[in-house]
Design a protein around this ligand. Structure first.
Ligand SMILES: [Zn+2]
Ligand SMILES: [Zn+2]
Length: 410
């Protein structure tokens, strides 16, 4: 996309703490952080066309990654199995519960494809100066989908499933897996190279008036608006300016409250049921960690312990703490809590590794009577917990804490 149009400093409102401030025009490679909460406000990219190239490559590579063969497994050249990413969906559908199957389909394939197509529309129309209506809205949707595109999580889960299948069979990695790894790498590179401030500015320029008074502002694109009031739609991205507290607080609290009772079935029931020659083994999350450690695969055991147990607990307690501080505000420690929120936001997708391992291992380790893995009854509640926590993290805004503490506009 083209260079930033205005080379002067712009006035924006930090989405995390609500501080209106002006940021200078940056040289390539430079970053600007919020003066108060050190949120990354702008990152000037060197390569403006790289995110477009990545989005196009993702769009082309995703169909073969999902529909071509992923892994082949054989036991002594007698029994063989072939898995495709798309074949995991009917397997989960028949073994556990349909929302999990659809969740896998959406997080692994449909959301990344949708995000890439939104980005292609936005970047191409900025590059060639096409007049596309609602461009800001389309870019906002592509940014919303970022949290729900789990290509990197699928790759790590697939690696663990590969090692698990290798215990009993000879596993070959096929073209679909290589395409999917490329998609995950491109998504990571494109995300790193994306200059969000420049894209927003191309769609609708930020204000250049110095911040002399508190302005209505957008929590998504950080636009500070002169002539609108809180509650009006953002002229750039269509979100609501200065969103109310209750419509964000109540769903976040509800999602956390719904996730807590699900912990009992998720951790007491088995995630994977393994039918072997020697008998049927049912693995809970903690049982799997112990089994892997006993067999010498302690690295994978540690990954599962951190992703499956430690992160969900940290997320639940962390969110309860932050939500309590919205209801019972305190001025001290606002910056620390804002930073803690960013950590929660970054970690929240990773527990999805555990249900995805069950989903990916089920079609590849499918030798009935010899070695057969099916997703167990605990996989669905665990999946639900992670979706609810992600939803809560998405709905919670650190700015709510600043608002109720009366520190936002200062
Ligand atoms: Zn800030
Ligand atoms: Zn906006």
């Amino acid at each position: 996309m083209a260079d930033v149009r205005n080379a002067t400093s712009v006035t924006i409102t930090c989405a995390d703490c609500g501080r209106t401030q002006s940021i200078p025009a940056l040289p390539p490679g430079a970053e600007a952080e919020c003066v108060r909460c050190d949120r990354l406000l702008a990152h000037r990219s060197r390569l403006f066309d790289l995110p477009l190239a990545c989005a196009m490559a993702i769009f082309i590579l995703l169909p073969p990654a999902v529909f071509m063969p992923l892994l082949d497994s054989t036991i002594k050249h007698l029994l063989s199995d072939e898995s495709r990413l798309v074949s995991s969906v009917p397997v989960i559908y028949s073994e556990v519960w349909f929302p999990f199957a659809f969740g896998f389909l959406f997080f692994a394939f449909l959301f990344p494809a949708l995000r890439a197509s939104f980005q292609i529309v936005v970047f191409l129309s900025l590059r060639w100066k096409w007049k596309v209506p609602q461009l800001g809205r389309i870019f906002r949707w592509s940014e919303e989908l970022r949290l729900w595109c789990m290509t990197d999580v699928v790759v790590i889960a697939g690696t663990v499933a590969y090692y698990r299948a290798n215990i009993s069979a000879d596993v070959t990695v096929r073209v679909g897996a290589w395409c999917y790894i490329a998609v995950a790498a491109l998504a990571f590179i494109g995300d790193r190279a994306l200059d969000r401030r420049a894209v927003w500015n191309e769609i609708f320029p930020d204000s250049v008036v110095p911040p002399v008074r508190h302005l209505a502002s957008c929590d998504v694109c950080e636009l500070a608006v002169m002539d609108r009031r809180p509650g009006d739609p953002c002229p750039r991205c269509g979100s609501r300016l200065d969103r109310d507290i209750t419509p964000r607080f109540a769903p976040a609290l509800g999602a956390v409250a719904a996730a807590i009772p699900l912990c009992l079935p998720a951790y007491s029931a088995s995630i994977m049921v393994n039918d072997q020659l020697t008998g049927v083994l049912e693995h809970t999350v903690l049982g799997t960690v112990q089994l892997l450690a006993d067999r010498g695969y302690w690295q994978i055991g540690a990954v599962i312990l951190i992703a499956g147990v430690v992160i969900p607990i940290v997320e639940l307690f962390g969110l309860l703490w932050l939500l309590a501080r919205v209801r019972f505000p305190q001025k001290n420690g606002l910056i620390i809590r804002t930073r803690a929120y960013r950590v929660l936001h970054r970690l929240v997708r990773w527990p999805m590794i555990i249900p995805f391992i069950a989903a990916l291992a089920a079609p590849i380790v499918d030798f009935r009577g010899i070695d057969d893995i099916v997703a167990g009854p605990g996989a669905t509640p665990l999946f639900m917990i992670i979706v609810l926590i992600t939803f809560a993290v998405r709905y919670f805004e650190p700015r709510l804490m600043w608002k109720t503490a009366g520190e936002e506009a200062t």
